[in-house]
Design a protein around this ligand. Structure first.
Ligand code: E4P
Length: 226
């Protein structure tokens, strides 16, 4: 499973991109609005940070198929590189996805809550579908189970559409979608640190440091090799 950053916070994207193996960034209108800043410089800066080869998923805000297609063309032109327009699933969104498919513009169908939505989105030409794991868990549904169903359906019918699992509130959900076979997951910046943190790891690192210092003091390896 590849990891993307689910954020429009420039500082957070800079930090996560510097330290973690990132395949791209996803945003949505709520995440962008939270930044309270000019839209075009924001998305251009995100592209600059992650580079042309990383996937950038930005959501259209138009409501009609024609409007969504227009948003997608303009967004792709603005950010270049590997770009996917996020489109919430509904009739207009499906129509837009089919049109964009013929133009070679990448599509991520988002706000997916059922496997049938995902299958229909894939048939319409979506490159990714984004099921919302935590929002399903919040209503006593099964977020990870839904992701697993979608993965199975795509395998069963040999469909070339990837799962971009989204909406996480804890590392257990991320670990479970990885095991379910989701190809990608988009994660809020604060969850990256949690995903790599373990008290036994800290303990092991402290032990190595203590043992080394007991013999070599403050000398690091670099200072002992010449
Ligand atoms: C990604 O496509 C979604 O917009 C996002 O992950 C939703 O996350 P939330 O449920 O934390 O808002």
């Amino acid at each position: 499973m590849k990891y993307l950053i689910d954020s429009a916070d420039i500082k957070a994207i800079e930090h996560i991109s510097e330290f973690y193996p990132i395949a791209g960034v996803t945003t949505n209108p709520s995440l962008v609005a939270k930044e309270k800043t000019e839209f075009l410089p924001l998305i251009k800066r995100i592209r600059e940070i992650i580079g042309e080869d990383a996937d950038l998923h930005i959501q259209a805000t138009a409501k009609t198929a024609e409007g969504i297609v227009n948003d997608a063309r303009l967004l792709k032109n603005a950010v270049g590189g590997s770009f996917f327009v996020k489109i919430p699933i509904n009739e207009e969104g499906l129509k837009a996805a089919s049109i964009l498919k013929t133009e070679g513009i990448g599509v991520t169908m988002t706000a997916i809550f059922t496997s049938q939505q995902a299958l229909i989105a894939a048939r319409a030409g979506a490159d990714f579908v984004a099921p919302y794991v935590n929002r399903l868990d919040n209503i006593n549904a099964d977020g990870v189970g839904t992701v697993a169903e979608i993965v199975s359906l795509f395998e069963m019918y040999d469909i070339d559409c990837k799962v971009l699992a989204a909406s996480f509130k804890n590392v257990k959900q991320i670990a479970d979608v990885a095991l379910s076979g989701a190809q990608t997951a988009t994660i809020a910046p604060e969850l990256f640190k949690l995903a790599i943190t373990h008290p036994m790891t800290d303990n092991a690192i402290d032990g190595f440091d203590r043992d080394w210092r007991s013999v070599y003091g403050d000398n690091d390896i670099g200072s002992l090799l010449f």
